[in-house]
Structures are given as C-alpha cells and as structure tokens.
Write a protein that binds this ligand. Sequence first.
Ligand code: ADP
Ligand code: MG
Length: 249
Amino acid sequence: MIKLRNIHKSFGGQPVLRGIDLRIEKGEVVVILGASGSGKSTLLRCMNLLETPDRGEIILNGQPLGKPARDGARRYDDRDLQALREKTGMVFQQFNLFPHLTVERNITVAQTHILRRSASEAKSIAEHYLAKVGLADKATSLPTQLSGGQQQRVAIARALAMKPELMLFDEATSALDPELVGEVLNTIKGLRDEGMTMAIVTHELGFAWHVADRIVFLRDGKIYEQGTPDEILLRPSLPHTQRFLASHT
Ligand code: ADP
Ligand code: MG
C-alpha cells in the first residue's frame, strides 16, 4: 500500500531519520517501537507528509509521490498532499478535537469541507463511526464532557469517517489514565480485525504483540531490527532491542 524508500529527515542540521526503508502491505499492521527521540513520530509524519522528507521516496499504491528535485529530494505539490491525506488518517497522543464543537460536528466538519460530502451524508457517516467506537449516545456532547478515552475514540471515529486506507497512530494511549487505555486499544484491535492497514507507535508491548503483523524497532533514525512479534518481543537478537524491552516490561 505504501512504501518508503531511503527516507532522510533532519531538523536544523540534526539527522532524525537516516535512511528508512519500510513497506506496508494492504491489511498489514506494523508496530513501530523505539526509545524516545528515535524518530518514531517523524517517521509517521513523513508517511502523510506532515513533514517533508529531505531525501527518499514515498510510493503510494505503486505510484511515487512528488517530482524529483535537487540532491535526492522530492518536491510535493498540493495534489500529492491531497492524494496522501485522503488515504491516511492520523490519531495523535493529544486528541486534538475542536473544543467548541459537538462530537458530531467534530466528525462532520472535515467531511463537508474537504470531501464536500453533503451535511446529511456526513451526519449519517458520523453516526455510523460513532456507533462503531461505542459512542452512539455522545453525538451532541462537547469533548470536555467526555473522558479521555472517549475523546480519543471520537478522534478515531473522526479519522475513520474520511474512509482512509491507512491509519497512523502516534502513542494514542500515552495521555490516558491507565484505566482508560484498554478501551482505546480494543477499538484499534477491532480495526485490525476488519483488515485496516495501520502503522502504530506505542509503548504498550502486550498490545503490540496482539495487534502487530510485524514490529519495527527504530534506533537513531534507522530501522535497527524488525520481525514478527515473537521474534522481536520474545527473541530479540540485537542488544539495543533487548535493552529497550527489558526497560519496558
Ligand atoms: P520519537 O517520536 O521517537 O520520540 P521524534 O520523531 O519526535 O522521536 O523526534 C526525534 C528527534 O527529532 C528528537 O530529537 C526531536 O527533538 C527532533 N524533532 C522532532 N520534530 C522536530 C521539529 N519539528 N523541529 C526540531 N526538532 C524536531
Ligand atoms: Mg513521538
């Protein structure tokens, strides 16, 4: 579905991604692990061009995005951004809901403004995905009236309402009280069971083991080790993977 080839990204001369090659098949769930600062968020953000890679290619359904520019960089125009953003949904650690809009409006606003769906179609799609995340009764609530776990499920419903082919989750449960983590993880597991293609950054190793087809361990902006959940979580072969796991269990 999406392929990254030799992706590099620096901030202020500081390399953060140093040649990432990653391919995610349709229906595949890839979990990205790594220490804080290893480049996980930057990698996800490059996958939907929230960050522009300095070098390397993003190939979407066989089609390289952008046009070649200087030094192995590529230039992306609005059409590339739109092609990618229409196909990807992202869920962040902070839920980023509009605080002054009802739950339902949070889910319809991008549908009507970006996808030009009619108000009634957007509303019925919002209802569908709210029901799916178990919040059918919260359509008229404001985000502040919901728990953190419920707000995050609204954020997931909002992303799904755009009917993405790829969902990106960046530490979606890290801001939640421990007792609210499970409901969000279960929602993500439900998506997996329906065949959604996903790239997930998480520190929840038990969840990673259940949900991942493949686990990628990032270190210093490179893929350091990757494999099946069993290979990475139960029998990691490299020292920094072993050390990371020891400090997270
Ligand atoms: P992770 O998600 O694995 O913790 P990040 O991708 O957020 O790692 O960050 C990797 C490194 O890049 C960190 O040193 C961070 O400070 C730096 N970084 C990330 N985004 C920016 C930015 N927009 N501007 C400057 N530095 C950044
Ligand atoms: Mg991060």
